[in-house]
Write a protein that binds this ligand. Structure first.
Ligand SMILES: Cc1cc2nc3c(=O)[nH]c(=O)nc-3n(C[C@H](O)[C@H](O)[C@H](O)COP(=O)(O)OP(=O)(O)OC[C@H]3O[C@@H](n4cnc5c(N)ncnc54)[C@H](O)[C@@H]3O)c2cc1C
Length: 579
């Protein structure tokens, strides 16, 4: 029988990033994936700062940056009646508003960018293969059976049409929104699938004349009379500036998707662009559904799921692939530590405790964002009717001198979409609460009293939070606290006077004058002082960049305190820690 430590199902963002993370951590694993190729469609694309930090850790951020569309080209979300038609308004997005831009720069060493999924997956998969992943294409997961010692996974080789078994210690289902692994594991799901229907049409056309002066990744098109029920709302999404695109258009789930003939898809593209004789090359099309579902638990025994398998939601806020990659980053190091005997298997339970609340928040946020677009319809006067002529007349009214109220409401409704297109807090304010995080009575988490934690990033060393980014000075240039942490190990940041012992498990970085890492602007010291941490104290950061614990000052016996803390962070018994 084929044996390994971990079987990963799927090579989407969740599976591919898990493979890469496991390979870099030296964990033996096999990936099975149903098709013989990776995703051909651009699908998910916005790659937020937190994901870019993960990709820096995984050693592929340079490749992603090189192929992505940078932040300054993606941020003028425009609402219009067609690309060539009337503009209704814009909202600065993805950190391109000057205020958000500063917040983005302060929050992370990484920049948000637009990276289509069909370009992202090959980077992750090839890097994983180079690092040692064994990836089996055209291989379908069928079922699994768990016992005390491991899990037996049954797969089908689709080329030979035969089945075989793989024996592993753990199984990770990253098999997407129709996850068979989650179903077979009986993960409890809450919510609804198929709440609305959507079509993706990928096409090539030079749209420079209508977009280059307002560069963005998303152009939202409202067309009265172009859909059942009166209002047609579509998206023209940039894939590569400015000649590769993807149109998203709704359909009534009760009726099923329309016939996606070339004639239909070309006609739809021309209508949304607003140019009847536009030269269009249709590359592909597919139908998918908007879902509102999340798993209550992400694992059962030796089986875990991540990505769309456990959180299924619309693309609003661009969180799909980001959340999937972050799930895998949370679990990968835990698997590695348990497999090498440095942590108790109970550590694996914290994956679900930490990630499931975030998945639920993401699913709710993405669906709420769809609902909030209704404010724009209300402001335009197109909601209460399905008569296209009435809609057009109501929309036209905003040009009249007396329509100040309508103009104000439209302005506010569009600006309110910052909660979808510039929700920096949703992207970065993740806090983990679990038994692998050691709470303390130092300064309370400022997130609790933050004015708008969905819009704004709130950095903190609170246990469970991601370590705040601060530029420090290294021997060869500036280096971020986020980049200093991670790489599969625990890192303790301390300062002058901190006599914390390094160990096999804890890498100690002393930040201070004359040390290898200095704090020339004083930003790090200022941040720690505000949270009640003296120079001799410390912040213990896990391999996934989240804070495990912090110390106000150096205790009498730092070695014992650190060992005790690590025992908690790894949910480990004494014998395991010292082995
Ligand atoms: C058609 C479509 C269009 C989308 N468009 C957008 C968009 O425009 N914007 C956006 O933000 N998000 C979009 N999404 C969502 C986004 O792609 C997902 O959030 C993201 O891909 C989730 O990553 P994942 O790795 O969890 O799952 P997926 O990317 O779905 O990957 C699942 C993987 O598992 C494999 N697999 C499935 N079943 C088996 C099996 N039984 N055995 C072996 N392998 C299996 C698949 O082949 C695939 O490799 C779209 C999704 C789809 C399906």
């Amino acid at each position: 029988m084929v044996t390994t430590d971990v079987v990963v199902v799927g090579t989407g963002p969740a599976g591919a990033s898990m493979a890469l993370a496991l390979a870099r951590l030296g964990v033996d694993h096999i990936v099975v994936t149903r098709y013989e190729t990776l995703a051909a469609e651009p699908r998910a694309h916005i790659t937020n700062q937190r994901t870019m930090e993960v990709l820096r850790d995984l050693g592929v951020s340079d490749q992603v940056e090189a192929l992505s569309t940078p932040q300054d080209q993606i941020g003028t979300t425009t609402f219009c009646t067609s690309l060539a038609g009337e503009e209704l308004g814009r909202v600065r997005s993805w950190g391109t508003d000057p205020h958000s831009q500063a917040a983005h720069r302060l929050a992370s060493p990484a920049r948000i960018c637009d990276m289509p999924q069909n370009l992202m997956e090959p980077i992750l998969v090839q890097a994983a293969q180079r690092a040692g992943s064994r990836i089996r294409f055209s291989t379908e997961y069928l079922s699994h059976a768990v016992d005390d010692d491991g899990v037996t996974v049954s797969v089908r080789d689709r080329l030979r049409d035969d089945t075989y078994e793989i024996r592993a210690k753990y199984l990770y289902g990253a098999d997407g929104g129709r996850s068979k692994v989650a179903e077979n594991a009986g993960l409890p799901m809450r919510g609804e699938m198929g709440v609305a229907g959507s079509l993706n049409i990928v096409f090539r056309a030079d749209l420079t004349p209508w977009v280059a002066h307002r560069p963005s990744v998303l152009y939202w098109v409202l067309q009265p009379g172009s859909d059942v029920g009166g209002i047609g709302m579509g998206v023209v999404r940039m894939v590569r500036p400015w000649n590769e695109w993807l149109t998203i258009w709704g359909y009534d789930v009760a009726d099923g998707p329309p016939d996606l003939s070339d004639e239909y898809t070309r006609g739809l593209v021309r209508r949304l662009v607003g140019v009847d004789d536009l030269e269009v090359e249709i590359v592909g099309s597919s139908a998918w559904t908007v879902n509102h579902m999340a798993a209550e638990h992400y694992g059962r025994g030796r089986v875990f799921c991540g990505g769309d398998a456990v959180h299924r939601h619309p693309p609003s806020n661009g969180l799909g692939s980001n959340t999937s990659i972050q799930d895998s980053f949370n679990l990968a190091w835990k698997l590695a530590y348990v497999l090498r005997g440095a942590a108790d298997p109970a550590l694996l339970d914290t994956y679900s405790d930490e990630r499931a609340p975030i998945g639920r928040q993401v699913v709710d946020r993405a669906n709420q964002s769809i609902g909030e677009t209704g404010r724009i319809f209300d402001a335009l006067g197109v909601s209460g009717t399905d008569d296209p002529e009435v809609m057009k007349a109501n929309m036209a009214r905003r040009r009249e001198p007396g329509a100040e109220k309508q103009r104000r409401e439209l302005r506010e409704a569009i600006a309110f979409k910052a909660y979808e297109f510039d929700a920096h807090g949703v992207e970065l304010n993740q806090r983990y609460v679990s038994s692998a995080v050691v709470p303390d009575s130092l300064a309370p988490d400022p997130l609790a009293s933050a004015e708008d934690p969905e819009l704004h990033h709130v950095p903190s060393t609170t246990p469970g939070a991601r370590v705040p980014h601060v530029w420090l000075a290294g021997r060869h240039g500036d280096v971020s606290t986020v980049d200093l942490a991670g790489h599969g190990r625990f890192t303790l940041f301390t300062g002058p006077g901190g006599t914390w012992p390094a160990s096999e498990l804890v890498h100690v970085i002393v930040v201070g004058p004359g040390e290898e890492i200095e704090d020339p602007y004083g930003d790090w010291a200022r941040l720690l002082a505000a949270e009640g941490i003296a120079d001799s104290g410390g912040v213990l950061v896990r391999p996934d960049h989240h804070v495990a614990a912090r110390f106000a000052s150096v205790p009498d016996d730092p070695a014992a305190v650190l060992e005790q803390t690590m025992r908690c962070a790894l949910r480990a018994g004494e014998q395991k820690l010292s082995s």
